[in-house]
Ligand binder design. Structure first.
Ligand code: NOJ
Length: 743
């Protein structure tokens, strides 16, 4: 009698797989390659998104009517995209292993970018923690969930440097700074892969989107990128390079062009930089149909030309588009593509499969009841901790926060007051229904008695009928908390915005409530920096909550009532208004700087808005009070390979213990090309009890001062530098030194 699927899943072994050496893997892959026909080889270069993906009752049997099953059985599929149901994964894998001639297993990939079943804060929020260790730990837990879902690879981390909050995908990023981005990029990769992605608890990662997708013009999705090579190398590439150095399993190309050529067929990016300069050994996959989009870019004349350009450029795996499947064979037979080129790509795919242990056990990540491995207490605790470290306190006049747990009537008003729609875009398997709303979080911390709550209005419509009740509740309260923002579906892929306002009639409601003159706390939920000028001026306290995932309400309640102390710092500057964009802290120096950043005739500035943002990169307050003093540097001149020790005394003069993110910036006082006003070179989270001080030390080397100079050489040159240390990119405490390459 044939076993049921359930019984077959229960019978799968999850014994540990022995990690293999590089040599062993190469040998195994080579041996297998010898046995493959050209058609089978090309099959390994294709990622299929079955039309039935995630649909109940997938027809997985080999049948005339199922094109996907036929392709898999014919050995024409290398991997599967976005199937996240373990029994479907099992069925598809069985097809590949049992029906195809060589039984080469598929690998399964999906986007699990800020959590899997447990919803972690969106990535831009996590970046505000400036806490690579916590992100690494979180990714270990996320990997555990992904691995128990049946998947082998996650399309994360996204390390596109971003400077334009109109782009909906800033929520997936680590923000505007290359150094922070690189530190966090590596942390993601270490966390997911844990040095061994053959293990049962780890997954392979994919670094995306290569390259410079974050620089699309006007923040308009899928738009053009045009930048100098120096800018690319200096600011945009370090995040991707950090992934490569951390051993990331794969790279995904981006939708945009670079220097006129779509990234998916960009030889300069894929061969010259990724393969030749970085000696990267993993595989490169296109983004969803990005290869076919060359037809719309009008850089390929037909599908065959798409295939030709992509394989020549060094693309190994094609996502969804079928130019390889349909045309590579002809191209080889016509002598336009060498077999060596095909073999090179196929070997990378086979090596990856050997590396993750799929030939040892193709079902290694498939479990009978995956749900039992999800949302365990350790993972939820981490999601809570990350949420605490993601919320940025932007204003706190007269120490309104933390609120007292007793004796005050609180009116909680706004569309996010009692909403659990806070998973954030790309929520993978996390569910809104499992997110703790602000109302629930506050009620469970301080009880519901002192709480009055109403939405007052929806996020994005014109209905003012709830205003009267909201105003009535606000009148009765001692403190008003506004929970406002943009819908979680207004950021993410294909969610560019031209206006960065809080949508609908929320601002009107805020105005009406403000007129009551009550102490007012504003909490902003969003996937991007919004225009918060009014809220910064008129709220007594302002918190940027982003989308925090499952633990949202609990974490916010802890912060509001002082069980936890905010420590996050902005990973992306907040503009006053859209017209300032791009506004980022590490802008280049100009020939006519405005002395104050405000209007000044014949200076680089606007007549109606300052040059600086409303809130700069690195900024974030705490309930503690941090003071910096005694900045010291070990040498007046840093000579070649020596080190410069920078120390500063940090004191917590406040009334509660807290954590400060100490940041070190450099300014190069003169150089052969223009450099940014400031560049972040180090940071550290430092915990201090109240009334205590600590000496914080950083070590700088010539590498930290280096920059692509006029000859495109990465060098500090023999120049003068200034160091700034403090709690934001506008730190004022500084010291001078010079660098000398001779010594
Ligand atoms: C398109 C997105 O740009 C990319 O980030 C994602 O990984 C793929 N689709 C697959 O879902």
């Amino acid at each position: 009698m044939e076993l049921t699927i359930e019984q077959q899943l229960s019978a799968i072994s999850h014994e540990a797989i022995r990690a293999k050496s590089k040599n062993e893997i190469q040998q195994l892959a080579n041996e297998l390659l010898q046995k493959m026909t050209l058609t089978e080889k090309i099959g390994q270069l294709f990622q299929l998104a079955p039309p039935e993906a995630n649909v109940e009752g997938l027809k997985w049997e080999h049948s005339e009517s199922n094109a996907s099953a036929q392709l898999i059985s014919a050995g024409k599929v290398g991997s599967i995209l976005s199937v996240v149901d373990s029994s479907t994964i099992f069925k598809l894998q069985k097809l590949a292993v049992e029906n195809s001639r060589l039984g080469i297993p598929l690998f399964f990939a999906a986007d699990m970018i800020h959590g899997c079943r447990t919803g972690f804060p969106i990535n831009l929020a996590m970046a505000c923690s400036f806490d690579p260790e916590l992100i690494e730990k979180s990714c270990q837990q996320i990997a555990y969930e992904i691995a128990h879902t049946g998947l082998n690879l996650t399309f994360s981390p996204m390390v596109d440097l971003v400077r334009d909050p109109r782009w909906g995908r800033v929520m997936e990023s680590n923000g505007e700074d290359p150094y922070l981005n690189s530190q966090l990029a590596a942390a993601y990769v270490r966390g997911y892969q844990q040095g061994d992605f053959s293990a049962n608890y780890s997954v392979a990662a994919c670094c995306k989107h290569f390259a410079a997708y974050g620089a699309i013009e006007g923040g308009r999705e899928y738009n053009t990128v045009d930048m100098s090579e120096r800018e690319l190398r200096q600011h945009y590439l370090p995040g991707y390079k950090a992934c490569a150095d951390a051993g990331v399993a794969s790279f995904m190309t981006s939708f945009n062009i670079y220097d006129g050529v779509p990234a998916t067929a960009n030889k300069f990016l894929l061969r010259d930089i990724l393969r030749n300069e970085w000696q990267y050994q993993g595989f490169a996959i296109s983004d969803y149909t990005s290869s076919y989009e060359m037809l719309d870019h009008k850089t390929a004349k037909d599908e065959e030309d798409v295939a030709l350009q992509c394989i020549l450029a060094g693309l190994d795996h094609e996502m969804v588009s079928t130019s390889y499947l349909n045309h590579l064979e002809n191209l080889v037979n016509a002598g336009k593509v060498s077999l060596d080129l095909i073999n090179e790509a196929v070997l990378r795919m086979l090596q990856f499969k050997f590396q993750i242990g799929l030939f040892d056990n193709p079902y290694k990540h498939i479990y009978a009841n995956p749900e039992q491995y999800m949302r365990n207490s350790e993972t939820l605790e981490l999601a809570h901790q990350v949420a605490l470290e993601s919320v940025v306190l932007l204003k706190n006049s007269h120490d309104l926060l933390p609120l007292s747990k007793q004796g005050k009537k609180i009116a909680l008003i706004g569309p996010f007051a009692n909403s659990n729609q806070v998973v954030g875009a790309w929520g993978s398997l996390a569910k809104d229904a499992e997110c703790v709303s602000l109302l629930t979080g506050i009620s469970s911390l301080v009880g519901a008695d002192a709480l009055l709550c109403t939405a007052g209005c929806a996020i994005n419509d014109q209905d003012r009928s709830g205003f009267a009740e909201a105003l009535e509740l606000a009148k009765q309260a001692d403190v008003v908390i506004l929970a406002f923002g943009e819908d979680q579906n207004m950021s993410g892929e294909a969610k560019s915005r031209a206006y960065l306002n809080i949508p609908g009639v929320q601002n009107e409601l805020a105005l009406a409530i403000k007129a009551l003159n009550k102490p007012m706390v504003s909490i902003i939920f969003s996937g991007r920096p919004l225009e918060l000028g009014w809220y910064a001026e008129h709220s007594d306290a302002l918190l940027q909550a982003w989308f925090l995932g499952n633990e949202s309400g609990n974490a916010l309640a802890s912060l509001l009532f002082g069980d936890a102390n905010p420590s996050a710092k902005l990973a992306m500057s907040f503009p006053y208004t859209v017209g300032q964009i791009p506004v980022y802290y590490n802008q280049y120096k100009t020939g006519r700087p405005s002395p104050t950043g405000d209007y000044s005739l014949f200076r680089s500035c606007f007549i109606d808005v300052p040059n600086y943002p409303l809130f700069p990169f690195g900024f974030g307050l705490s309930y503690s009070n941090f003071e910096y003093k005694n900045l010291k540097i070990s040498e007046k001149t840093l000579v070649a390979a020596q080190q410069l020790i920078v120390s500063v005394e940090l004191c917590n003069t406040g009334v509660v213990a807290g954590t400060e993110v100490v940041q070190l910036y450099i300014e190069c006082a003169n150089f052969s090309v223009v450099r940014p006003l400031r560049e972040l070179k180090a940071f550290r989270r430092v915990f201090l009890e109240k009334n205590s001080c600590k000496i914080v030390e950083f070590t700088l080397t010539q590498q930290d001062l280096a920059y692509y100079n006029i000859d495109m050489k990465f060098t500090p040159e023999n120049r003068n530098y200034v160091i700034y240390v403090g709690g934001s990119s506008q730190a004022t405490l500084n010291a001078n030194f010079s660098y000398s390459g001779e010594g």
